[in-house]
Design a binder for this molecule. Structure first.
Ligand code: NAD
Length: 394
């Protein structure tokens, strides 16, 4: 087989989450050639380039003008997503973007249209949906072990106000729990069950938050995260499943996570979809509960020689590598723009249904192809790297 030409890639946004992306993109995926980093704060980009050995620090206009860069990874805060994605599409680049796609549905629709016109692909996080946990759960469904999923319960709780003291972008649009964290659950639901047809919902805002001086004393004296920070919703999927959703960012204490599905043959529990290795447990009527082995790699444990404080962010970057393989193989990418748009429409549909007291009917549809099973992240009892990247190839 002829060697695959690597996809020249640039990262825009060199903040917190860029550490795991840049390190993984530099070292984990044979299809990626990460050649440049960029940030409004040039010093931040210089620092990442030096730390991770990236050749060039560029401005966003330089990236746009560089004919060799084919793929741009957008790791800016949600309020900047729309403008960065638009500029990169207009410059002819494929784009992977962190979640949320945008902070406004009309903007996401516009970007999908622009990408279609230009013949470009967009990939939308969260790429934990391609991790070992969700992919194993998908394999359990596809292989018929669980039967037809008739219903499900999904919940996550966090103290989002407290989190917004240290992660300041959470104080702005896109910072409520449904958009910041619920999106991992919505992404996993879509990857497992396919598209939603309609939904209804109730919602409550975040309360005013007074600065507690725990973290950054430069925070404002008080703020309210804009939007609904607590939602309960009923989702009706095209496959026939009915799923109850509960996202509460007004909770206190440690995060709680819950995903459970009821099928015609078994019940299935899936661990935290904000990780790559949520355990998959099946319960059959007469055999108790069994934790299933992972059928796929990308379990969040990176087999790289040097350790980083950010290692717990796992295999972030799989969605970028999938997009790069899609470019080279001439196929659609898995976390497609249609997937990003559908996830966003569900969250905004929940807001709309709660505001109007009516049922919201989804206009968008999408399909997420599973990864190939049987390829893993490590070999030799966890001592060396293995060939999980093959699971991304067609
Ligand atoms: N922090 C996390 O734990 C986490 C986890 C998963 C996903 N994410 C997502 O990743 C994204 C970034 O999060 P973060 O925590 O790294 O934020 P951050 O605020 O630490 O970093 C964002 C960086 O983007 C830069 N930036 C903003 N606008 C820009 C522009 N127009 N051009 C170039 N650079 C620009 C900022 O200067 C900053 O350095 C967000 O979409 C967030 O939802 C964050």
């Amino acid at each position: 087989m002829a060697a695959v030409r690597k996809v020249k890639t640039a990262v825009v946004g060199c903040g917190m989450i860029s550490n795991i992306y840049i390190r993984n993109l530099k070292q984990l995926f044979s299809v990626i050639d990460l050649t440049a980093v960029c940030d409004l704060n040039a010093a931040a980009a210089q620092e990442k380039a030096k730390t991770f050995g990236v050749e060039r620090v560029m401005t966003i206009d330089e990236i746009a003008a560089d004919p060799e860069i084919e793929l741009v990874v957008n790791l800016t805060a949600p309020v900047a997503h729309y403008s960065v994605i638009k500029q990169m599409l207009e410059a002819g680049k494929h784009v992977y973007t962190e979640k949320m796609f945008t902070t406004d549905l009309a903007q996401a629709q516009e970007l999908v249209k622009l990408a279609d016109e230009k013949g470009l692909m967009i990939a939308v996080a969260p790429d934990t949906a391609l991790g070992a946990g969700v992919q194993t759960a998908r394999y359990m469904i596809d292989s018929g072990l669980v039967g037809d999923i008739t219903s499900g319960l999904v919940s996550v709780t966090r103290n989002q106000n407290l989190n917004s003291e240290s992660f300041k972008f959470l104080q702005k649009a896109g910072g409520t729990l449904p958009y910041d964290v619920g999106i991992y659950y919505i992404g996993a639901l879509i990857a497992l069950l396919g598209p939603v047809e309609s939904l209804c919902a109730f919602a409550a805002p975040a309360p005013l938050h007074e600065k507690q001086l725990l973290f950054d004393t430069a925070n404002p004296d008080a703020w309210t995260i804009p939007g609904n920070n607590l939602v309960t919703a009923s989702l009706s999927f095209a496959c026939g499943a009915l799923v109850s959703v509960h996202f509460n960012g007004n909770a206190v204490g440690s995060e709680t996570s819950f995903m459970r599905f009821f099928g015609t043959r078994a019940a299935m529990e899936v661990g935290d979809p904000d990780t790559f290795a949520g355990e998959v447990k099946l319960t059959f009527p007469e055999s108790g509960t069994v934790t299933m082995p992972f059928t796929h790699g990308y379990n969040g444990v990176n087999m790289l020689p040097e350790k980083g404080w950010f290692d717990f962010y796992g295999h972030r970057g799989i969605g970028v590598a999938d997009l790069a393989w899609a470019i080279r193989e001439g196929r659609p990418n898995r976390l497609s723009k249609e997937y990003g748009l559908h996830c966003q429409e569900i969250l905004q549909g929940i807001d709309e249904a709660a505001a109007t007291g009516s049922v919201y009917h989804l206009k968008s549809r999408c399909k997420v192809a599973p990864l190939r099973p049987g390829f893993f992240s490590s070999n030799g009892d966890g001592r060396s790297r293995a060939d999980a990247e093959r699971s991304l190839m067609a």
